[in-house]
Design a protein around this ligand. Structure first.
Ligand code: MN
Length: 245
């Protein structure tokens, strides 16, 4: 479905507000003030195809983890996001990025499930099989300019992933000042959530460090999982994300 079809007006709520006589300070007739707030239909989100076989990342990530992670975990975030949006009047007509930029501390269900949908959609692409095994070109230059070297970046990124306490993500993002930054967020937060996260930006690489991402294969060895996944990052996909900004 095209975006503009999501954006169509579903109707107009006309709220007639009668000015209170107590508020009137002269003898003019009471005016009926009508406000017309268009209510935009919520975007309905769908689970994207993984785009490759569940076993395509073996031995770095096993097929069963990929299948459960994509179909059950990511699928669950999409279902719950749509349910949360149906209960809300705040996010109508907005893209996922616009929703994430607008969420506040109290938008718990949209925050968790909208983040979950965005984060996993990015993750499947940046670990897709193939592509360059190291950054080069404009992205390579930006990594060198921001971190000094690829190795310095990789060390900072792995540290962010390893030291995230509990569930969360490590990120490489382009910040508003144009620099690349490494950060981590708890739960399904991400750097687009400018109202609730410390390090803001647009992520171009994300690494899921929830236990559901690795526990079947790696059990408690999160560092081994991080090392394995960093070795299979599809840097062409990350470069495409960078070039799109
Ligand atoms: Mn996950």
């Amino acid at each position: 479905m095209k975006k503009r079809e999501f954006l169509k007006l579903t109707g107009v709520v006309g709220t007639g507000i009668l000015v209170s006589p107590l508020m009137a300070c002269n003898n003019e007739p009471q005016k009926e003030v009508k406000t017309e707030e268009p209510v935009l239909e919520n975007t309905i989100f769908t689970l994207p195809e993984l785009g490759y076989a569940f076993n395509a990342l073996e031995p770095a990530v096993d097929a069963m983890t990929m299948e459960i992670h994509h179909d059950k975990h990511h699928g669950g975030y999409v279902t719950k996001l749509n349910a949360a949006l149906a209960e809300s009047t705040t996010f109508g007509g907005k893209s996922l990025e616009q929703i994430l930029a607008a969420i506040g501390e109290n938008d718990t269900a949209v925050r968790n499930n909208g983040g979950g949908h965005y984060n996993h959609s990015l993750f499947w692409k940046v670990i897709a099989p193939g592509g360059a095994s190291q950054p080069s070109g404009a992205l390579g230059d930006a990594i060198n300019a921001s971190f000094g070297s690829y190795d310095a970046f990789a060390s900072a990124f792995a540290d962010a992933a390893k030291t995230r306490f509990g569930s969360g993500w490590a990120w490489l993002s382009k910040s508003n000042d144009g620099k690349l930054v490494v950060s981590s967020t708890p739960n399904q937060d991400n750097p687009l959530m400018t109202n609730v996260v410390e390090v803001k930006g647009t992520p171009i690489l994300g690494l899921d460090v929830w236990e559901h991402a690795y526990y079947l294969q790696y059990q408690n060895r999160r560092a081994d999982y991080i090392s394995s996944v960093m070795d299979i990052v599809n840097w062409d996909a990350v470069a495409a994300n960078f070039a799109a900004l």
